[in-house]
Write a protein of this length. Structure first.
Length: 337
């Protein structure tokens, strides 16, 4: 069975969710495909409780709050979500429409495809030690989804980037935190580094120079982290180990779709955000163009312009009359205002 829609959005992160809204304002229907088990993309998966400060009009908002708001904003347009699956194959029909096939054998036909897949599938870089897979999600945690899990626990955070220092600063309020990095130089934002150094000075966190040499699974529910610094080794028993070694990006099947790629990013124009293949668009962190800024708000702008061009493919015989949501009674009715 082939399901039909106007546009298929690949990626249910913030930019993909806002694309549903912009397309919906133009009476364009959407199906959304994402390889995660819930909408929200990187925001909801990697930092659902971490504050974001650069969303217009929101002084501070968490990744999960932003996701919830965008889902509510898209709801009036009845998008269909296909989660826990990725696009395996795309085929162009003689009608110039597309058939998209997913890893769960879904087949969806559409006039346009919008790739809003972040930078592909993000996968945490894991500890380079074998035979400890059984501890992942138990004592070894690569993403903080529920801060209360660490309350009054002994945790070791490893890394020197934004995630490592942000969570050191945040979790120090509720847990016994040790931050370990191979040197006392950091890649994080200067403000985060200053806050961490102040916490260390006040003995509210511990800082440790070194690298993980090995792990031991203890019988009491804790793990022993064996830390090496030069020729010296020390043991640290902790409840949780949080390695923040960054993410590696897996572009997946998108790499085989014949698109013009630039270092695993998709080149687009800045008028329509269309790729080198007609009626396939790329918005958000997945795309590349001169002056590109990898910000959520940039992706929102790209989604708005992309939708205007999608209208031409979806309704070639109609004229698109631009309308403002503040003054159009028809749009307000759609949005249940």
């Amino acid at each position: 069975m082939i399901e039909k829609t106007d546009v298929i959005v690949i990626g249910a992160g913030p930019v993909g969710l806002f694309a549903i809204f912009e397309l919906g304002l133009l009476n364009i229907s959407c199906h959304v495909i994402d390889n995660l088990d819930k909408p929200g993309g990187q925001c909801a998966e990697l930092y659902p409780e971490k504050p974001i400060y650069d969303i217009p009009s929101r002084v501070k908002i968490t990744g999960q709050e932003l996701t919830d708001d965008l889902l509510a904003q898209a709801k009036p347009f009845n998008p269909v979500y296909h989660l826990n699956q990725q696009v395996e194959k795309i085929t162009k029909l003689e009608t110039n429409e597309w058939i998209v096939e997913t890893s769960q054998n879904k087949k969806i036909q559409a006039k346009c495809i919008v790739i809003a897949a972040g930078a592909g599938s993000f996968v945490p870089r894991k500890i380079p030690i074998d035979n400890f897979d059984h501890l992942e999600g138990k004592n070894i945690v690569y993403a903080v989804r529920n801060k209360s899990l660490f309350e009054k626990k002994k945790i070791m955070i490893v890394g020197g980037g934004d995630s490592a220092l942000d969570w050191t600063n945040e979790l120090s309020k509720i847990a016994d935190v040790t931050l370990m990095h191979r040197r006392k130089e950091f890649r994080a934002a200067p403000d985060s580094v200053s806050k961490m150094l102040e916490l260390e000075k006040d003995k509210k966190i511990n800082f440790l120079l070194g690298q993980i040499d090995n792990l031991e699974d203890l019988k009491n529910g804790q793990i022993n982290v064996i830390v090496k610094n030069k020729d010296e080794k020390k043991n640290f028993e902790v409840d949780y180990l949080l390695p923040f070694f960054g993410l590696k990006m897996e572009l997946g099947p998108i790499a085989n779709w014949g698109l013009n790629l630039d270092e695993n990013l998709i080149k687009v124009d800045t008028e329509k955000f269309e790729t080198s293949v007609s009626s396939i668009f790329a918005i958000g962190d997945i795309n590349s163009y001169p002056g590109k800024l990898k910000l959520i708000l940039s992706g929102f702008h790209e989604a708005a312009l992309m939708a205007q061009q999608c209208f031409k493919y979806c309704f070639p015989d109609k004229k698109n009359v631009f309308r403002y949501t503040t003054s159009s009674k028809e749009l307000q009715k759609k949005l249940n205002s």
